[in-house]
Design a protein around this ligand. Structure first.
Ligand code: AMP
Length: 218
């Protein structure tokens, strides 16, 4: 089974993706996480991508498509995968279809997490992340047991550089302009399943599971 998670920044894609991957034994391929690794390791791609990421703009399609071709080919031998943060433009969605066609593979369902803009700003500016295991917390809505450190491994939490108000505003605009149209792209293919992304982590997880079951078992 191969899945796509769509939704604005701060919709909870990463949190839910981890849980869904555990349940169905899928590999999570998160473009943002992969790019941040490139930035940290100062690879050629990392150097080219940094200015876009820091400003909350999309990294150019050709760089992302090459990166994802490599990641999907590398991971597909392990079984199914969940694409988190890709595709983000219609050009990327078309390139993904071509790649899957070449690999004789397909997407089973695209889960669309819907959260109103008014909620996203507070979620993102209060977000804190574990640098080691990637778990996301929120200063008010989902704080760690001990202030500033991860519940799982005790690492010091950090705030992503692009989770400040100005950059978040830009990321939300970019989402509306560049990424939202691909929801229609997947609706036309009969692959989109909308989920209300406001609620507890467990409630949303259950809704996503119901959606997956209705696609995969039919
Ligand atoms: P994320 O962690 O998914 O919020 O992504 C962080 C940043 O990485 C985005 O604001 C973009 O600059 C870049 N990025 C992640 N995925 C993509 C993509 N599919 N296409 C272009 N840029 C991306």
């Amino acid at each position: 089974m191969n899945l796509i998670f769509l939704g604005p920044p701060g919709a909870g894609k990463g949190t839910q993706a981890k849980r869904i991957c555990d349940k169905y034994n899928l590999t999570q391929i998160a473009t943002g996480d992969i790019l941040r690794e490139h930035l940290k390791n100062e690879t050629g791609l990392g150097k080219k991508a940094r200015e876009y990421i820091d400003a909350g703009n999309l990294v150019p399609n050709d760089l992302i498509i090459d990166m994802m071709r490599y990641e999907i080919e590398k991971n597909r031998s392990k079984g199914g995968y969940l694409l988190d943060g890709f595709p983000r433009t219609v050009t990327q969605a078309e390139a993904l279809d071509e790649l899957l066609n070449d690999l004789n593979d397909k997407i089973d369902v695209a889960i669309v997490l819907n959260v109103p803009n008014s909620e996203l700003m507070a979620r993102l500016t209060g977000r804190r992340v574990c640098p080691s295991c990637g778990t996301s917390y929120h200063l008010i809505f989902n704080p760690p047991a001990n202030e500033g450190v991860c519940d799982h491994d005790g690492e010091e939490l950090f705030q992503r550089k692009d989770d400040n108000e100005e950059t978040v505003n830009n990321r939300l605009e970019v989402y509306t302009k560049e990424t939202k149209p691909i929801i229609t792209y997947y609706e036309k293919q009969g692959l989109a399943h909308h989920v209300d992304g406001v609620g507890t982590v467990d409630e949303i997880f259950n809704l996503i599971n119901e959606g997956i079951d209705s696609f995969v078992n039919n």
